[in-house]
Design a protein around this ligand. Structure first.
Ligand code: IMP
Length: 177
């Protein structure tokens, strides 16, 4: 049997998201004719994004991109492919790219470059988690939830082969021995 160990509780996550929402609202004030664009990276960010946007008090629109960097299992292939692009125009607008976790940095680095080609006014990165031990690409995370040690984590949107996203906390995945 595989086990779970809670790394970040539901309460800790919600407290931090409220802080991040307030910070974003203050730093990226938008007007209703040029709302902020919040772009979630599917699928892992969907729960974080849902909670985060409800703590942001400035007008915004939501879109999603999907990128694949991992095959089955827990190691990065290093190669990132865009499998879903944005559908709303971002030229001249402030954009926040929302990720569940920055691990090697390949995905965020690829996606920020891709979005920059659409000429937004600014691009910021919000990530719930950051695992510095495995970083390969230098990325700037403007709004970070938590820095974690080198564990494979699941829950709160994060998966292992598409499972466990619905767990309410961020938990350490411990495969059976
Ligand atoms: P990066 O491109 O290596 O930074 O990886 C980013 C993506 O890898 C994330 O969006 C996740 O989908 C996945 N990933 C990295 N570490 C973990 C983890 O500990 N648990 C679940 N998914 C992870």
């Amino acid at each position: 049997m595989s086990g779970y160990k809670v790394l970040i509780s539901e309460q800790q996550i919600q407290k931090r998201i409220a802080e991040l929402g307030a910070e974003i609202s203050q730093k990226l004030k938008s007007s209703s004719d040029k709302p902020l664009v919040v772009i979630g990276v599917l699928k892992g960010s969907f729960i974080f994004l849902a909670d985060l946007v409800r703590k942001i008090s400035t007008p915004l629109e939501i879109d999603f991109v999907e990128a694949s960097s991992y095959g089955a299992g827990t190691t990065s292939s290093g190669e990132v492919k865009l499998t879903r692009d944005i559908k709303i125009p971002i030229a001249g607008r402030d954009v926040i790219l929302v990720e569940d976790i920055v691990d090697t940095g390949h995905t965020i680095s690829f996606l920020t470059q891709h979005l920059a080609a659409h000429k937004p006014r600014s691009i910021s990165v919000a990530s719930l988690l950051f695992k510095p031990a495995r970083q390969i690409k230098e990325v700037k995370i403007d709004f970070l939830g938590f820095t974690i040690d080198d564990y494979f984590v699941i829950g709160y949107g994060l998966d292992l082969n598409n499972k466990f996203r619905e767990i309410k906390e961020v938990v350490i995945y411990e495969p059976s021995k």
